[in-house]
Ligand binder design. Structure first.
Ligand code: C2E
Ligand code: MG
Ligand code: MG
Ligand code: MG
Length: 283
């Protein structure tokens, strides 16, 4: 009986694995034509200044609705990265954000910067900076209307090369932040050297605030570190007033999360934020 049971379990395990493999194959084949079929869109999530309550900018987040229905970025972005599709898709994201900034400005949206997430593969591309500057120029916007979010892992894999790329982006007036801070590995000496503007505290450390004393200690430490390096701090995934109160008490500069606003289609952002007071303006 024990043996039969074991075999049944083995079968179930194997069929789950087969299902996962089949799903992964379906994701990959769906993603191959997704760009040409126009299945990607962008959602924009606002960021808020803690002290003034004002809008400080948006983050562009990729959405895919294809033959498999809507799929989360956490599932499909890694597949885009593994297959190299992140290069054309990432280029589309950059160009689309530039066009959106142009359209928003033309429609009277407050001039706040829009942040784009970059992946490691894009960061290794020789012509990344040129492509970014060309996209801004073609859309008729200042490069300073853009920000980029990078991860620790991606910056630290070849810090000397990273520094060169960051310096070129910075020289163009582009804002730079480290995303998901605290989940990767950073060299403090490079954190100091890189021309960064902000650290984004990962949602994992914000979720259980203010009750979790370790998360509280971590957020305090990150805020102190960032401020001592002259960087702003943005907390990700802020969902309720108690989290906000805790972050405010500890000197966090900006928040992003469902409390202030979910990622929304561009038109909805325009309706909500047009004419609102903004914290900082860019060219
Ligand atoms: P991220 O850059 O750290 O983005 C924040 C994620 O947290 C987003 O998930 C956002 O929808 C979610 N979020 C925001 N506020 C809250 C909140 O209050 N509560 C909760 N539970 N979640 C919140 P999303 O859109 O699913 O994106 C996941 C990740 O996929 C992003 O993490 C980013 O690493 C990646 N990603 C998204 N768009 C792009 C893109 O255009 N290019 C690249 N390379 N990666 C992207
Ligand atoms: Mg991000
Ligand atoms: Mg993040
Ligand atoms: Mg992330």
């Amino acid at each position: 009986a024990a043996k039969q049971h074991g075999r049944a379990r083995g079968c179930r395990f194997r069929s789950e694995m087969n299902e996962r493999v089949a799903y992964r194959v379906a994701l990959e084949s769906g993603l191959r034509g997704a760009l040409d079929r126009g299945e990607f869109t962008l959602a924009y999530q606002p960021k808020q200044d803690v002290a003034s309550g004002r809008l400080t900018g948006f983050e562009a987040l990729l959405r895919w609705h294809g033959p498999l229905g809507p799929v989360q970025p956490a599932e499909f972005v890694p597949v885009l990265e593994d297959t190299g599709l992140i290069l054309p898709v990432g280029a589309w994201v950059i160009r689309s954000v530039c066009a959106q900034v142009r359209a928003w400005r033309d429609a009277g949206m407050p001039p706040v910067p829009v942040a784009v997430n970059l992946s490691a593969r894009q960061f290794q591309q020789e012509d990344l900076v040129d492509a970014i500057l060309a996209a801004a120029r073609d859309a008729g916007i200042a490069p300073g209307a853009l920000e980029f979010e990078l991860t620790e892992t991606m910056l630290m894999s070849d810090p000397a090369v990273s520094e060169g790329i960051l310096l070129r982006l910075k020289a163009a007036g582009i804002g730079l932040s480290i995303d998901d801070f605290g989940t990767g590995y950073s060299s403090l000496s490079y954190l100091k050297r890189f021309p960064l503007d902000a650290l984004k505290i990962d949602r994992a450390f914000v979720r259980d605030l203010p009750e979790d004393s370790e998360d509280l200690a971590i957020t305090r430490a990150v805020i102190a570190l960032a401020h001592s390096l002259g960087l702003r701090v943005i907390a990700e995934g802020v969902e309720d007033a108690a989290q906000l109160a805790s972050l405010r008490a500890n000197g966090c500069d900006e928040i992003q999360g469902y409390l202030y606003g979910e990622p929304l289609p561009a038109e909805a952002c325009l309706a909500i934020f047009a004419g609102r007071a903004v914290e900082q303006t860019v060219a």
